[in-house]
Design a protein around this ligand. Structure first.
Ligand code: NDP
Length: 490
């Protein structure tokens, strides 16, 4: 690990670092200091064709390997992820600006868990068999071939794990493009795969901007694209993937609601709202940025929320283990979030706490925005309609269940939702009416490997994690076997 500006990160193809031919590079900035920490080589034509060539060759080995052998190798990779936790967490923190305590406890752990889950499922894949009129058919679950993974910058290592784990478990190979802002996590994973015994070329990492991503979506050598990013980019990815009829998985943005009913445990409700807005400094796709609070408890909820936000959030150098609130990903994103905050003020929302950019001790040049709570919001305000992807919570009042459900659903997105209540019947009645792919009851944000996650409406297509995800990385081959004499009119 180095922070030397002269460090040049190369594309990782066929088990090794490979130089491009154009010499084109881009900078990576540490969000907590604003300094360039290393440069990365953009994947040019040379790199792209090597990536495809090596992936296609690796597919011949990996897909023919027995499932139990693949499983064994992937389990070894899980052990290496755990062994290298400190290093991986540091990589994530330097690239992304999130607190190292989170990177260590959440990013690495949830990445490793998903790999362990799918590695364990690899040998469980079976087809079916049925007799029909004396003949029979059987089905085989076959891998798709070369898949592409395109990641966002908020959970670089975790996203690379979540995409590669189900793909590789069932015999596919993957070319992964991380976000330009966080290129390193996926490379660390690629090195772990090699050290664990995954054949070279099974997981290649190519680096670059939207143009490189766009190439992945149009290449006719690639069978599937699994994308994580914004709704607008997702639309473009799907459009270009259509040119070669690629299968797609889309994990997109959200504007998720949390409904806090009058019988909720108020401290837990405040915990849910804070976790769902301030974890990873608000850069989480499932965040409950619209917090609907019942009239009867509104004032009490706000008082507790204000106190805990002002007293318990520790911003600072993300490498300091006491820091629990980091820097936003970039200067541009910082401006975008600040523009939303200004818009919130202009449109009449009241700032309960926060609302400003700031420079915490230990990270005075970083891209920090205070944890911000807007109150007296209404549903039409820009801050209540558009994804901000920063630490900006909007609190709205509601007075009855049907109204709460209607307003919670009044968004074109449908990634997640939460309900806080002690009434078990109400909890399920409400959740069943919420238009969201991931719902939490008296909880918020947990995403275990076993649970499928993905969006309704504009928030996505397909799922990640959970057993059902394996179906998205296999295709069914039906084999009909004639056991009786073949009759023919000809
Ligand atoms: P973007 O959509 O900007 O970028 C995502 C990835 O796509 C990046 O690697 C980007 O490259 C690449 N890309 C950009 N343009 C194209 C293109 N035309 N074709 C192919 N690839 C392209 O998202 P962000 O990185 O800004 O991430 C934040 C977004 O991700 C938020 O909306 C968030 O909600 C969503 N997200 C969703 C999750 C989910 O599971 N539902 C989880 C995490 C985040 P580059 O960055 O180099 O330009």
């Amino acid at each position: 690990m180095t922070q030397d500006r002269s460090e040049r990160l190369l594309n990782f193809i066929d088990g090794e670092f490979v130089a491009n031919q154009t010499g084109e590079t881009f900078d990576v900035v540490n969000p907590a200091t604003g300094e360039v920490i290393y440069v990365v080589e953009q994947a040019d034509e040379h790199i792209r064709s090597l990536a495809i060539e090596s992936a296609k060759k690796a597919f011949q080995t990996w897909s023919y390997m027995s499932a139990i052998e693949r499983s064994r190798i992937l389990h070894k990779a899980v052990s290496l992820l755990h062994e290298r936790t400190d290093h991986l967490a540091r990589v994530e923190t330097l690239d992304n600006g999130k607190p190292i305590q989170e990177a260590r406890e959440v990013d690495v752990v949830t990445g490793a868990d998903v790999l362990e889950f799918f590695a364990s499922l690899a040998p469980t894949q079976t087809g079916q068999q049925q007799e029909v009129d004396g003949d029979f058919y059987y089905t085989r679950k076959e891998p798709l071939g070369v898949c592409a993974g395109i990641g966002a910058w908020n959970y670089p290592l975790q996203i690379a794990c979540w995409k590669s784990a189900p793909a590789l478990a069932v015999g596919n190979v993957m070319i992964f493009k991380p976000s330009e802002e966080t290129p390193r996590g996926a490379v660390e994973l690629a090195r772990i795969f090699i050290d664990a015994g995954v054949p070279a070329g099974v997981f290649n990492v190519i680096q670059g901007d939207a143009e490189v991503g766009s190439w992945l979506t149009t290449s006719d050598e690639i069978e599937k694209v699994s994308f994580t990013g914004e709704v607008g980019t997702g639309r473009k990815v799907m459009e270009s993937a259509a040119s070669t009829l690629k299968d797609v998985t889309m994990e997109l943005g959200g504007k998720s609601p949390l409904l806090v009913f009058d019988d909720a445990d108020l401290d837990e409700a405040v915990s849910a709202a804070m976790l769902g807005n301030f974890f990873t400094q608000g850069e989480v796709c499932t965040n409950c940025t619209r917090v609907f609070v019942h009239d009867a408890i509104y004032d009490d909820f706000l008082a507790r929320l204000k106190t805990r936000t002002e007293e318990n959030i520790v911003a600072g150098d993300p490498l300091d283990t006491h820091t629990n609130f980091g820097a936003l990903i970039s200067k541009e994103h910082h401006k975008l979030v600040m523009d939303y905050i200004e818009k919130g003020k202009q449109e009449g929302a009241r700032v309960l706490t926060g609302g400003e950019a700031f420079s915490p001790d230990g990270a005075t040049s970083g891209f920090f925005v205070q944890p911000t709570v807007f109150v007296d919001c209404n549903d039409d305000m820009t801050i209540c309609r558009e994804e901000i992807f920063g630490p900006v919570m909007s609190v709205l009042r509601f007075s009855d269940e049907d109204e709460g459900i209607r307003r919670a659903n009044d968004t074109p997105m449908g990634l997640a939702a939460g309900v806080m209540t002690k009434d078990i019947r109400r909890a399920h009645r409400v959740v069943h009416q919420l238009q969201a792919g991931i719902c939490w009851v008296n909880s918020y944000g947990a995403s275990p490997a076993e649970m499928p996650v993905g969006g309704y409406k504009l928030s996505g297509i397909g799922r990640e994690n959970g057993v059902e995800t394996l179906n998205q990385y296999t295709q069914t081959k039906s084999v009909y076997v004639g056991m009786v004499k073949l009759e023919s009119p000809f």
